[in-house]
Write a protein that binds this ligand. Structure first.
Ligand SMILES: Nc1ncnc2c1ncn2[C@@H]1O[C@H](COP(=O)(O)OP(=O)(O)OP(=O)(O)O)[C@@H](O)[C@H]1O
Length: 247
């Protein structure tokens, strides 16, 4: 088990509960990570992974518990304000602004997400598109992009918001191994730039190319947390996620 003293942690979620009506989706989840960690999250469908990411990013509040970022309690801050602090997420299903070009989509993220002035936002948008290999399609309308390019655009938009900690929700989902591998190259570059990562992904062998720590969730709880290979070999993880037979 990896220990994460809270005083060194950049992102701390403590005692998180989340329910939708009678359905308990997160049940007393505690999570903490340092600013420069790369944490992978796996678990079966419906385990609560995306809901946890939504609570961390501020998409909706927890039913109970607190979230703090860089030492400040952000539990009641909306996603837009957490974004300005550097806590930025991507979505499982990219929904770019249609009727706008790829560049314009990223420019909006730089100006509104990061709060940059026009010239700085322009440079930031170009830099993000370059990093994601999208300069050659900067003038394509977003609604004409295929899935890989939509995923790249989702990443470019998040990067233009200048994250210090990036929450990725199945950025590889629906892609071929080769396509997901391309995204890994970009995410590795982010790691070189010391951006912290929390990455939910079902394509585990892709995830393990980046994650230095792995968490497995099941039924609203964290059931394993630590060195990736040890977590993947954990009998509880094998049972809940990897399809092991009954004990
Ligand atoms: N807004 C909502 N209203 C009602 N139920 C919801 C809502 N969001 C999620 N749920 C339910 O909460 C549970 C957990 O969903 P969540 O998307 O967090 O799981 P997940 O681990 O990310 O799954 P997957 O791997 O399939 O994306 C599911 O049963 C889901 O149907």
């Amino acid at each position: 088990m990896v220990t994460h003293p809270q005083q060194q942690a950049a992102l701390v979620a403590a005692g998180i509960h989340k329910g939708f009506g009678a359905l308990v989706v997160l049940d007393a989840v505690d999570f903490a990570m340092a600013a420069d960690e790369a944490v992978g999250i796996v678990g079966p469908n419906g385990a609560g992974k995306t809901t946890l990411l939504s609570v961390l990013s501020g998409a909706f509040p927890p039913s109970a518990g607190t979230v703090s970022f860089k030492g400040d309690d952000v539990t009641s801050l909306p996603a837009t304000q957490r974004c300005r602090l550097g806590l930025v997420r991507t979505h499982q299903v990219p929904k770019p602004f249609s009727g706008m070009t790829t560049f314009e989509n990223v420019f909006v993220a730089a100006s509104h997400g990061a709060g940059l002035g026009r010239d700085e936002a322009y440079e930031e948008a170009l830099g993000s598109l370059k990093l994601c290999g999208m300069l050659d399609i900067a003038n394509r309308r977003a609604e004409t992009l295929g899935l890989l390019d939509r995923k790249r655009l989702e990443l470019a938009r998040a990067l233009a918001a200048r994250p210090t900690l990036l929450l990725l929700d199945e950025i590889g989902g629906g892609l071929t191994d080769g396509e997901a591998g391309e995204l890994v190259g970009t995410i590795r570059e982010l790691r070189r730039r010391k951006i912290g990562i929390v990455w939910i992904e079902h394509i585990v062998h892709i995830l393990l190319q980046v994650a230095e720590r792995l968490i497995c969730m099941d039924a609203g709880k964290i059931i394993a947390d630590g060195e990736p290979q040890a977590v993947m070999a954990d009998p509880e993880v094998v049972r809940a996620y990897l399809g092991g037979g009954p004990k």
